[in-house]
Design a protein around this ligand. Structure first.
Ligand SMILES: [Zn+2]
Length: 318
């Protein structure tokens, strides 16, 4: 399968963090005051904080799926075994990218603010666990790629252990995909090609006929990554916890999200309607701009670390 002609332009668009104006000291001060005034601050983070660490934004209109890769829907995953094979066969390089990424200065600054009790609850839309690796433990609204769960009995295993089983069930595939790490033009027996953004193309015949997926070690059921796919809902307990926090906070801060998903939009709207002050830091427009008392276009890795030693926050970096 050859790449579409527009690929080089699209890759350029989606692999860099969008351009933003140089950081303004007024914005640092405004954000400082916003946080300093709050007694109960809820923070919602989105893809923007991870793109600064080299993780492509898979969900946005400019994300990796926009050049021909359509994200799998919940229904497809549940109903079609070939869709599941296709998902697992092609998802490995994405996982690899997640594992290689390291938390950025924005993740670290947030962990410092949390440790200093400046944040009441952190909620993330990201599935990469970079916040965890920086020392935070946010509510993961859309789940995580690092856990795999049985659709029938709910038993969970780590993605790493799932991946080991997947590799041993499909040794030729595992060898071929590993060789891609050294030679992106490598094209062994499966028609595999790695795209410059880390996604992978595989000859369709392969995952249609000859790809074996591990099943639940307890009940032999279907395993699914613990990620909320398009077309699915955020699990109730998680959604309720986030919603209660949004309704009960006095300040709601959105970081690096265009707030396009309904699950995120609902939270910002609920906080706003409950009378919380709302601030958004995002490069570009968001769906919740009308609710924002403060809107700043800035890179999170630049503005958040500056807060730590500003005014009365004086939070030690961890
Ligand atoms: Zn099971």
């Amino acid at each position: 399968m050859s790449a579409p002609e527009s690929t080089s332009v699209s890759l350029k668009d989606r692999n860099v963090v969008p351009d933003s104006e140089p950081l303004r000291i007024e914005d640092v001060n405004l954000l400082h005051d916003f946080i300093d005034k709050s007694k109960k601050l809820v923070v919602l983070t989105g893809a923007g904080i991870s793109t600064e660490c080299g993780i492509p934004d898979y969900r946005s209109p400019n994300g990796a799926y926009s050049t021909g890769f359509r994200p799998i829907t919940h229904q497809e995953f549940i109903c079609s075994s070939s869709a599941r094979r296709r998902y697992w066969a092609r998802n490995y390089p994405v996982l690899k990218k997640f594992k290689e990424a390291v938390p950025g200065p924005a993740h670290t600054a947030l962990a410092s603010l949390e440790k200093a009790n400046r944040i009441s609850l952190m909620i993330t839309q990201n599935i990469d666990r970079l916040h965890h690796r920086a020392g935070s433990s946010p509510v993961e609204l859309h789940g995580t790629v690092h856990i795999v769960t049985c659709l029938y009995c709910g038993f969970s295993i780590s993605r790493e252990s799932f991946q080991d089983q997947l590799n041993s069930l499909n040794p030729k595939w595992a060898a071929a995909i590993e060789s891609l790490a050294y030679d992106s033009n490598s094209d062994k027996s499966f028609g595999m090609k790695q795209r410059p953004d880390g996604d992978i193309e595989i000859d369709e015949k392969f995952w249609e006929e000859d790809f074996h997926i591990p099943t639940c070690p307890k009940c032999n059921g279907v395993l699914k990554p613990d990620v909320v796919f398009f077309g699915d809902n955020v699990p109730k307990d998680r959604a309720n916890m986030a919603m209660e926090a949004a309704k009960g906070c006095d300040a709601f801060l959105v970081l690096g999200s265009s707030v396009m998903t309904m699950s995120a939009f609902r939270l910002v709207r609920a906080a706003h309607e409950a009378g919380a002050a709302t601030a958004i830091i995002n490069i570009g427009k968001t769906r919740a701009d009308d609710f924002a008392d403060l809107k700043i276009n800035a890179r999170l890795g630049e503005i958040l670390p500056r807060l730590l030693n500003t005014g009365s926050l004086s939070v030690p970096a961890i």
